[in-house]
Design a protein around this ligand. Structure first.
Ligand code: FE2
Length: 144
């Protein structure tokens, strides 16, 4: 899986086409008719760029990104946009591995499964803001 976020390298030749697609997707100056820098519009453009990359086989990652770790899932930086518009991270899970419950702290994120399958469980925050109620949150699992 590759995780793309808007937090902010030298681009390796193997991923040059992918990075070019992502750069275009997050460039508001070329997308004024498609939502500009509105985060929701950017997410849709990044998703479309990733779908196009999958179809064009532009997501063949260097082998070191595909290695699993025995103790936990692996998380490796693929690319950090020098303009700080996004960061691409490759996460690799071995069989039976997972990620604990988390949020993205208001950052946009697009996940792309390159190889294998992933199961994602989503939750909605139903009460709590981290400051009241002793810092407690109440969550409800979204129906699948
Ligand atoms: Fe996540």
């Amino acid at each position: 899986m590759i995780l793309f976020t808007n937090v902010g390298v030298q681009v390796e030749p193997e991923i040059g086409a992918l990075i070019a697609r992502l750069d275009a997707a997050v460039d508001p100056s070329t997308m004024l008719g498609a939502g500009g820098s509105d985060p929701e519009a950017v997410v849709h453009r990044v998703k479309a760029a990733l779908q196009a990359a999958l179809r064009a086989n532009d997501l063949e990652l260097p082998a070191r990104f595909r290695r699993t770790r025995p103790d936990t899932y692996a998380r490796r930086l693929l690319h950090r946009d020098p303009e700080g518009r996004y960061t691409a991270v490759v996460m690799t899970w071995g069989a039976g591995q997972g990620t604990s419950l988390h949020d993205h702290s208001g950052l946009w994120c697009v996940d792309c499964v390159v190889d294998g399958e992933i199961a994602v469980t989503q939750y909605d925050l139903i009460s709590g803001d981290g400051e009241g109620e002793g810092g407690a949150y109440a969550l409800r699992r979204r129906p699948t």
